[in-house]
Design a protein around this ligand. Sequence first.
Ligand code: HEM
Length: 180
Amino acid sequence: MKLVSMGSALVIGSVMAVVVVGVSPPRVGAQPAQGPHGPGERAPVGPPVGPPAGGPGGAAGEVSVSRSMKGMGRALKAMKSHLGDATKKDECLKLVNDFQRGIVNAKGQTVPEDLLAGLSESDREKKTSAFRRELMTVLRTALDLEADIFEGRTDMAKEKLDALIALRDKGHDLMGLKEE
Ligand code: HEM
């Protein structure tokens, strides 16, 4: 049969390929077939992503909403002071990334229980949806901010920062938080 003979040819071909590869001298500068992180995997670069061990949080290992928000607040403040300075572009790109990480951390969690206490089932649902919806908008705006910083559009970046501050105030209002 044709298929069987094709299969046999493939098997023979594979065996020959293995033999050829097996006797080939190693290429100069070739990467080892398997490093400490598994075959074909490169070691991670930069600080580890994810919450620090032992920090406060909801589920095991999660950074709490409060802690994520504090990080977002710090990043926003620092960006505000650096935005007009072309020499701080890399710093701003790092800050906007930290800010986005904070949003994603918070967005993946639920509204802290003390802010839901005493609410009817339908109001709980409304507040929970608003939390997710507003943080999605914050994330989109933060991506636009990143694009502006990246392309050197300082004026537009400043507008995005103002928009983020307005979104923060709106979000906190919806959550029933009082401004300090
Ligand atoms: C846009 C930028 C935002 C910034 C910079 C920001 C910043 C902050 C800060 C500094 C806190 C106080 C954290 C603490 O001291 O414990 C906080 C708390 C909080 N924020 Fe935001 N926030 C932002 C947007 C939002 C949005 C859109 C929502 C949801 C709609 C939200 C929901 C909350 C909640 C629920 C808390 C209370 C956390 C807790 O007490 O456990 N935030 N935020």
